[in-house]
Design a protein around this ligand. Structure first.
Ligand code: SF4
Length: 233
């Protein structure tokens, strides 16, 4: 018998042996927030956003295999506060300026910020000096926005692809960097794939702009102010 039953928030949920708590919750229409988790990549439970009370203990839903009869709580006030705190820490640690980010509106961290009604983090911003690597012709990486979920590195490892992204530095200074040799002939498709893997706006595919500007600008034809009475020559 491969079928199992677990209780999530007092709802009986059915699943199969080998599935994680997160997978069964999803299959049964119960939302558990995630960040470092990505379909098709082995979960690692590093961001802790999916933490639930499993058998009375705080455990990550993405890495915990579901066992028949398990009792799980996903939505207590305590858990939601814990998750909101993680989101605030991520915002305080990086330099996330949503209004100027290309991924605004399509960012998993931003979505969680909205979900937890975050206005200003309770922690001081670190405003760490982080750089942007835009040397690759197809992609750029903005370290200011990276939340170190390692989805980019883990995805490549698992798909038997070369590691297009590599770790640089250690400890608190650890960085995800582009391997410029391996990505020298990166295609638009691969660049888009890399961008889609990233939950935030840290990996951005470079897109060509317009050869011809859209429309005609007034000031291209006449110098600014030339239509003002008294300034005309
Ligand atoms: S670059 Fe994106 S996918 Fe890679 S670790 Fe940073 S946030 Fe995660």
């Amino acid at each position: 018998m491969n079928k199992i039953k677990i209780r999530i928030n007092d709802i009986v949920c059915r699943g199969e042996k080998g599935q994680t708590v997160l997978e069964i919750a999803k299959d049964n229409g119960i939302y558990i927030p995630t960040l470092c988790n990505y379909e098709g990549i082995k979960p690692q439970g590093s961001c802790r956003i999916c933490t639930c009370m499993i058998g009375g203990r705080m455990m990550t839903a993405c890495t915990t295999p579901a066992l028949d009869g398990m009792d799980i709580v996903t939505n207590s006030d305590e858990l939601e506060k814990f998750r909101a705190t993680i989101v605030e820490l991520l915002f305080a640690e990086g330099n996330h300026f949503c209004p100027t980010c290309e991924r605004s509106g399509n960012c998993e961290l931003q979505a969680l910020g909205y979900r937890y009604k975050m206005m200003v983090p309770q922690f001081p911003y670190s405003f760490a000096a982080k750089d942007i690597d835009a040397d690759n012709p197809k992609i750029m990486i903005d370290h200011n926005r990276c939340i170190l979920c390692k989805r980019c590195i883990r995805r490549k490892k698992e798909k038997d692809n070369p590691n297009w992204f590599v770790f640089k530095k250690r400890g608190a200074k650890v960085q995800i960097n582009i391997d410029h040799e391996l990505t020298a002939d990166f295609t638009d498709k691969l660049a888009q794939q890399a961008m889609d893997t990233c939950p935030v706006g840290a990996i951005i595919r470079k897109e060509k702009g317009f050869d011809v500007p859209i429309g005609e600008r007034k000031y291209d034809k006449n110098p600014i102010g030339s239509d003002i009475e008294g300034l005309k020559e």
